[in-house]
Unconditional design. Structure first.
Length: 372
């Protein structure tokens, strides 16, 4: 009896210690420290479709990660204004009350009020999160890109992510549509996200300081976009915007596969990367990727699960204090995204894909396959 009790206590202690040690965004791999800021952007030209009775304009919460001078600023909480949006996160159904409390314990390398470390205009990457998932829950990916010199602007799409602080209210996820309405509702939500991307691009053209402040020079000829799940499909659809140079879809598939929310997608016309767990590739999609030509890539991580491309699974209880599948998938996603944007936004050789961190088996396809 005593032995059993001691073993139980040891197991509980191991899980507790292992979990606490990993309640942290993994350290970025680049040369820069990472700063973070957020703003609320209003699009006066668009009404908020979720609140027609209130005559609201569409408002977006933008979170920006940027290269920063080491030692400047103050430690950033993992979730900004957690006390304000916690009830909304729980109401969205995305997390429970225990997880909401746990978010306050997550350590984050980012700094608020940090000084930008940009001697030259930086390339920009927009980030669209998964369905019912705040963009801040992709900090591991965003912070790593920022540490390598990119300015990453994350978009919290109101009523499509878990909970967004809109200043005078908290916008909570609108919920999954009924199955018989999903084929109409989901593409409409992607359209709304793509319009949000357009709003951000319009503001960057007109007045980038409204998003990133005066001290952060941006290279607006080199803007990419990356997204996960619904955000990944958003990235693929938004790629039609002439202001976007390169696009990444992380494991997003709808009626048009990874290329569109609707059937009958077109082949990529710009550098495009599909990072996925799916090992099978339907012949029509294979033909579209083949037609996309140079700078079209498909990277498969067979061991991954859909949610392991975000931060959340890294913070789940673990028995041993060592890297697990969730950590390894994030390592791969960081490396793949960095290689792709180095190649497409900084003109690095495609050879950067040969230097990927690979704690897991990968399959990398470089199109057109017939040219090899």
């Amino acid at each position: 009896m005593l032995t059993s009790l001691l073993l139980t206590l040891a197991a509980v202690g191991s899980v507790t210690m292992s979990t606490v040690l990993h309640l942290a965004v993994p350290a970025p791999t680049g040369q820069f420290a990472v700063g973070r800021t957020s703003v609320l952007l209003m699009d006066a030209a668009r009404e908020e479709p979720a609140t027609p009775a209130l005559d609201d304009h569409r408002r977006l919460r933008l979170v920006t990660w940027f290269p920063a001078v080491t030692g400047t600023g103050d430690p950033a909480p993992y979730v900004e204004d957690l006390d304000r949006i916690a009830d909304g996160l729980i109401a969205s159904g995305s997390i429970g009350s225990v997880e909401a409390l746990g978010l306050g314990l997550v350590r984050d390398p980012a700094r608020t009020g940090a000084t930008p470390a940009l001697a030259h205009p930086a390339p920009v990457v927009l980030l669209s999160p998964g369905n019912a998932t705040n963009v801040g829950f992709y900090a591991a990916l965003a912070e790593d890109l920022a540490s390598h010199g990119f300015v990453v602007i994350g978009i919290d799409h109101p009523y499509q992510v878990a909970a967004v602080d809109l200043g005078d209210a908290v916008a909570v996820y609108a919920g999954d549509p009924p199955l018989d309405q999903a084929s109409a509702v989901v593409p409409a939500r992607i359209d709304e996200r793509v319009a949000d991307v357009g709003s951000v691009l319009d503001t960057l053209e007109r007045d980038p300081s409204a998003i990133v402040g005066e001290a952060m020079p941006l290279d607006l000829t080199r803007i990419g976009i990356i997204g996960h799940s619904n955000g990944g499909v958003t990235a693929a659809v938004a790629c039609a915007d002439a202001r976007l140079v390169a696009c990444v879809n992380i494991d997003g598939q709808l009626a048009g596969g990874p290329l569109s929310a609707r059937p009958g997608p077109a082949a990529p016309t710009k550098p495009f990367l599909y990072l996925t767990k799916e090992t099978d590739l339907a012949a029509p999609l294979a033909a579209l990727l083949e037609a996309g030509g140079p700078s079209t890539y498909r990277v498969v991580v067979p061991a991954a699960m859909h949610d392991t491309f975000g931060d959340g699974p890294m913070f789940r209880p673990r028995i041993l204090p060592q890297a697990n599948l969730a950590d390894d998938v994030v390592t791969v996603a960081r490396g793949v995204a960095l290689a792709f944007f180095d190649h497409t936004l900084r003109d690095a050789s495609a050879g950067v894909f040969r230097a990927l961190p690979a704690p897991l088996d990968l399959k990398i396809e470089v199109y057109p396959l017939t040219a090899r």
